[in-house]
Write a protein that binds this ligand. Sequence first.
Ligand SMILES: [Zn+2]
Ligand SMILES: [Zn+2]
Length: 399
Amino acid sequence: MSQARASDRNLIDSMRVHQGELQSLRRAIHADPELGFEERRTGDRIEAYLRALGLPVERGIGRTGLVAVIEGHRTDSGATIGLRADMDAIPVHELGTVPWRSCAPGRMHGCGHDGHCAILLGAAKHLAGTRRFNGKVFLYFQPGEEGHAGAREMIRDGLFERYPADRVFALHNWPSLPAGVIAFNAGPMMAAIDRFSIHIEGKGGHGAHPHQAVDPILIGSQIVSMVHTIVSRNVDPLHEAVISFQSFQSGAPEALSVIPSAATLHGMVKWFKPEVQRVLRSRLIETAEGVARAMGAVASVRYEDLYPPTVNAPAEAALLERVARRVVGDANVIADLLPSMGSEDFAFMLMERPGAYFRLGQGMQEGRFLHHPEYDFNDETIPVGSAIFAALVEEALPL
Ligand SMILES: [Zn+2]
Ligand SMILES: [Zn+2]
């Protein structure tokens, strides 16, 4: 037991041996960001690294997704585990000045998925070199996490029929936690997200003669106010919910004295429990349609389920906790993290297989959180993430 603990503590040090090459690879991916379902050069880099380790690789699962397999010294247990990294960048113009900053205007690795790829490749290098486990490891390199539901795309492409993991794990870097801290809980981690649009058909007219028009801007404003009463007055205060609008479009800035004929609003809805989603969806539609009707207009609402909630399974969270305490020490583990209202499409994998999702602290620099135009992944944390993934495999699939 004490021997195992010593070797686990050394795991991060042994991962650090590959820090240089993984950091270079991470920065190469950072400099060449690709958006969801366009991750071809990223896939080329990942494939080349995995093939150099002697691993079989399949491309094109979930369009630009990629899967590799590592077999243990023995495989007669029949046990399997899936580890996921997401690969896509975001449509933000990078303002950072690091030498490896984005070469593509309007695209950057602002969510650190470049780091996630490097971490999983570091784990692959260790596992392919040692193979101290009985079973198979599937490495899922997933496209399009940023709103494209790339995980669902891989699942629809037969991911779990062709590479069936008994349990799945994934991480996300987290700037506002100290570098190297591992944080999670044994239940809901991230909220579900839905999106909606509300189109209001009023009646255009002259701004000086508003009584002859039906003003969609005023109606839209009432709808925004009324929709903001749904969470405070229709949802049980002990349940979590958020509704936010992200755009309100109508008219033209140069059209003086013109009441436009239509307006369109866009927004998103967050929830954890299906019964809360039902309330949010029905009240949103009733409110928008009802307010518009009362004011002489017609509103049509489009409501779309996007990502389900990301929920850790208790047994896998317990496994993660054991491993994390051994690898990074008790002082660097938060096992009762509060859920976040953010969303994550690893949720689709957790709907299919038990598993756990955790955060890896980055030690935030100057307030640069995820999606900030000067955000950059902290390379010092690559060995920590790789060590947790590798230790999860060795713990879940003992020789
Ligand atoms: Zn993101
Ligand atoms: Zn992300």
